[in-house]
Design a protein around this ligand. Structure first.
Ligand SMILES: *Cc1c(COP(=O)(O)O)cnc(C)c1O
Length: 383
């Protein structure tokens, strides 16, 4: 073994000893709800394809047509030759849905956050971030080399207190939060955060990866509250409810123009394949015109929480925190024996001691499957 191999093997033994080693398991998704895994067909509660649009006939047809006509790849960065006209159509749909002046598509949600934050925030600035915000918002803040302060999850008062103390030392301040928290399923108090941001002259950035297509009539977390908060930076992904791949930012025209000039993950990375862009446009059309469909994931999540005796779901995501990694893995195995897939989520994706099953409900889940998995949780896992 080389020194490098020994290094890797030792690291893996450490991870294994803490029951945190992960492995790739072949999983074929056949219809947006079921998966083929370990030789069995399972009902998946672990896909973020909330509207099952990854298999929608219109979405697939749009992708196929673009694939046949324009091929498999973009050819270059969007600033060179990768800016297919399909991008403009997708960006105007997104901006309209999010009630923003303009939008910009990135290669993925992770790339979006890794590019947006450093394009707006520098070394002498401050990023105030929810402690449970997604890893890629944290990555953006670190890449910006900014001063980073975390506030307790959804604690607006603490965020305000930190701003009162530290705002004066910094030229620019960004407040970064998920709109719907990816591992907890709860909503950020966006109206209150927007008021605090305005009072302290800070910019509010919301990652709506799990809001778009699911809450606020499908328009996302900004539209899911009694008041409509002012959010100058609305980012998200096309890889969850939209059913495909890609990330986006919706913002004002000048902000979008700056981002397309300065976000390094935009400038130095190849544009999305045309078929992927066409698929996202077709999916957004469905999201914009079908409120019954976008209401379904939350409806199904609430059916589950009621039947399992858990607090009412606020989004399509329902966490069942079990504590140790061991316990979460055992619960996941038990469900899999019964034909249900709910993958155990362990540190470092979630804080130590909060390993869990994370259920993601989609529009197409059958009532009988939801009821059965709720009964299993109540009687076999939580009892
Ligand atoms: C999944 C996710 C992302 C990353 O999006 P990708 O398009 O998958 O890279 C970003 N933020 C949150 C909150 C997410 O859950």
């Amino acid at each position: 073994m080389t020194a490098l191999d020994q290094f890797a093997a030792q690291k893996l033994r450490d991870i294994e000893a803490r029951r945190l080693r992960r492995s790739l398991i072949d999983t074929a998704r056949t219809d947006g709800i079921h998966v083929l895994r370990n030789g069995r067909r399972l009902v998946s509660f672990s896909c973020n394809d909330y509207l099952n649009l990854s298999h929608h006939p219109q979405v697939k047809a749009a992708a196929s047509a673009a694939l046949e006509r324009y091929g498999t790849g973009a050819g270059a960065s969007r600033l060179v030759t990768g800016n297919h006209p399909l991008f403009a159509a997708l960006e105007s749909r997104l901006a309209q849905l999010k009630d923003a002046e303009a939008a910009c598509i990135f290669g993925s949600g992770y790339l979006a956050n890794a590019g947006i934050v450093p394009a707006l925030i520098g070394r002498d600035d401050l990023v105030l971030i929810d402690e449970l915000a997604h890893a890629c918002l944290w990555a953006g803040a670190r890449l910006a080399r900014a001063n980073v302060l975390a506030y307790r999850h959804n604690d607006v008062e603490q965020a305000a207190a930190l701003l009162a103390e530290f705002r004066p030392q910094h030229a620019n301040v960004l407040i970064a939060t998920d709109g719907v928290f990816s591992m907890d399923g709860d909503l950020a108090p966006l109206p209150d955060l927007a008021v605090v941001a305005a009072r302290h002259d800070a910019w509010l950035m919301v990652d709506d990866a799990h809001g778009l297509g699911v809450v606020g009539d499908g328009r996302g977390a900004r539209f899911a509250h009694a008041a409509l908060p002012d959010i100058p930076l609305q980012m998200g992904t096309l890889s969850k409810a939209v059913g495909g791949y890609g990330g986006y930012l919706c913002a004002s025209r000048p902000v979008i123009d700056l981002i397309t000039n300065r976000a390094r993950s935009f400038v130095y990375s190849t544009g999305l394949p045309p078929a992927t862009v066409a698929a996202a446009s077709a999916a957004l059309d469905i999201i914009a015109r079908d409120p019954d469909l976008t209401a379904k994931p939350l409806c199904n999540a609430r059916r589950f929480t009621r039947a399992a005796g858990l607090p009412d779901a606020q989004s399509a995501i329902v966490p069942v925190v079990l504590g140790t990694a061991e316990r979460a893995l055992a619960a996941s195995r038990r469900l899999e024996e019964e034909g249900f897939l709910a993958v155990a989520i362990r540190p470092p994706t979630v804080p130590d001691g909060t390993a869990r099953l994370r259920f993601a409900f989609t529009a197409g889940h059958a009532d009988t499957d939801i009821d059965q998995v709720a009964a299993l949780m109540r009687e076999r896992v939580l009892a």
